[in-house]
Ligand binder design. Structure first.
Ligand SMILES: Nc1ncnc2c1ncn2[C@@H]1O[C@H](COP(=O)(O)OP(=O)(O)OP(=O)(O)O)[C@@H](O)[C@H]1O
Length: 248
């Protein structure tokens, strides 16, 4: 799986959100960090082929995505969990993940196995018959993660996947993501601990542009003692913000 962005611009209506973004994504776990409104969700939606780029080019496995037709060629390889994902509250957890399998074009004879495999990965096998409306917020989010990984897509996009998870569930989440092996995984988060624990690469965005792109170790090296933060990574993150936002 390869994903290449070349001078990608994206926006809504008359407002530009992302400008001139160049990036190549490879197998491994990449975190998108950045303040509210930095453009992380917009970038994930663009990678998910929900919005073709306004300008520039995005290619997924050498297919250039410029319209619905080209997007359809690659969607079966993409698992995307939006920040506020919708679900029918009467659906069971099993139905919900089976629906994702259907959407992803997985052959019906493989649904049982793929769904069981995804539910096992998120530790929800014993809740598969529960309705989505009756499970806890954290379990629902794990069902969302199962939605994104059913059928083992090679591009997995997770928008703030750990919101609402308790500490043990966050550790489980890290284990799930670390187990995705060869996939290109891109996740947005505000939780710097998660980044330090599992990510191979960190991209820090601000106002639709990339302020940093490198490894966790490279990011840590930017942390200065005179900036606020409880860890070297938090201080490095603060260092990358514009000067007016570096102090509390
Ligand atoms: N559907 C939309 N219509 C118009 N503007 C939008 C829409 N969605 C996002 N925006 C704007 O685009 C900019 C980037 O938003 P985006 O949601 O991509 O940021 P983000 O980094 O994901 O933020 P957060 O951390 O709060 O999730 C913001 O200024 C936002 O107001």
């Amino acid at each position: 799986m390869s994903v290449v962005l070349d001078a990608v611009a994206q926006g809504y209506g008359t407002s530009a959100v992302i400008e001139g973004l160049d990036m190549t994504l490879k197998p491994g776990i990449t975190a998108l960090l950045g303040p509210n409104g930095a453009g992380k969700t917009t970038l994930l939606r663009t990678l998910a082929t929900v919005m073709p780029p306004r300008n520039g080019r995005i290619s997924i496995d050498d297919v250039e995505i410029h319209d619905e037709r080209s997007a359809r060629q690659v969607r079966d390889r993409i698992g995307y969990l939006p920040q506020d994902f919708g679900y029918d509250p009467r659906m069971t957890v099993d139905d919900f993940v089976t629906y994702a399998a259907w959407m992803r074009g997985i052959a019906p004879r493989q649904w049982r196995r793929s769904v069981s495999d995804a539910l096992e990965m998120v530790d929800l096998v014993d809740r598969r018959r529960s309705r989505m409306k009756s499970v806890s917020g954290g379990m629902r989010r794990r069902a969302g993660i199962a939605w994104a990984i059913v059928g083992r897509p090679r591009l997995v996009l997770l928008d703030e996947p750990t919101v609402g998870l308790d500490p043990r569930q966050r550790l489980q989440f890290r284990k799930i993501v670390s187990g995705l092996g060869e996939a290109v995984v891109v996740l947005s988060t505000h939780l710097i601990d998660d980044v330090g624990a599992i990510c191979d690469r960190v991209i820090v965005m601000h106002s639709g542009t990339v302020r940093f792109d490198g490894t966790v170790t490279e990011l840590e090296a930017l942390g200065c003692d005179d900036l606020p933060g409880h860890s070297q990574l938090e201080r490095a993150y603060m260092h990358l913000l514009p000067e007016g936002e570096q102090q509390l």
